[in-house]
Design a protein around this ligand. Structure first.
Ligand SMILES: [Cu+2]
Length: 153
């Protein structure tokens, strides 16, 4: 997402070179900052709406539904499918050194965990009700979904 910044800087430079620089500088700068901000928002929207989603059903082992999530520039899978009423263990394998991904939050189940680099950190909870719940990185830039289905389905 930071890759937007150089583009914005280049636009600001172009504006400063125009002959109207002294009079109009504050306005182009404001427009540049606004455009940069809108660009970032757009990029985030694009990321959330159109980036590839992968869904994976948790596998039942020892009465626990288990799923491994690779954390590397985001989460894979982005959607985890589990069954209500049974313990869930999410194994987060963090391979990305970015500080953005050093923590995972599952607010609906009151869980948070610090992820050690190149290690698997497990988070356990038992969803009692069907529905869709979110898990995110510490700063909520990356998001994933936990889909809790009825036992019959
Ligand atoms: Cu983050």
């Amino acid at each position: 997402m930071l890759s937007v910044v150089p583009t914005h800087a280049a636009q600001a430079n172009t504006n400063q070179e125009s002959p109207f620089q002294k009079i109009q500088q504050p306005l182009p700068v404001k427009i540049g900052v606004t455009a940069g901000g809108i660009g970032l928002i757009g990029l985030e929207l694009w990321w959330f709406l159109f980036s590839e989603k992968t869904a994976k059903k948790a596998e039942e082992k020892d009465d626990t539904q288990q799923v491994t999530i690779t954390v590397d520039g985001g989460c894979d899978p982005t959607e985890v499918i589990v069954t209500a009423g049974k313990p869930v263990r999410m194994n987060f394998h963090r391979r990305d050194p970015s500080s953005c991904l050093q923590q995972v939050l599952i607010p609906d189940f009151n869980r948070s965990a610090d992820l050690a680099l190149n290690e698997i950190t497990s988070v356990e909870f038992t969803p009692q009700e069907t529905g869709e719940y979110e898990f995110t990185c510490g700063m909520k830039m990356y998001r994933g979904k936990i889909i809790v289905n009825d036992q019959q389905t």
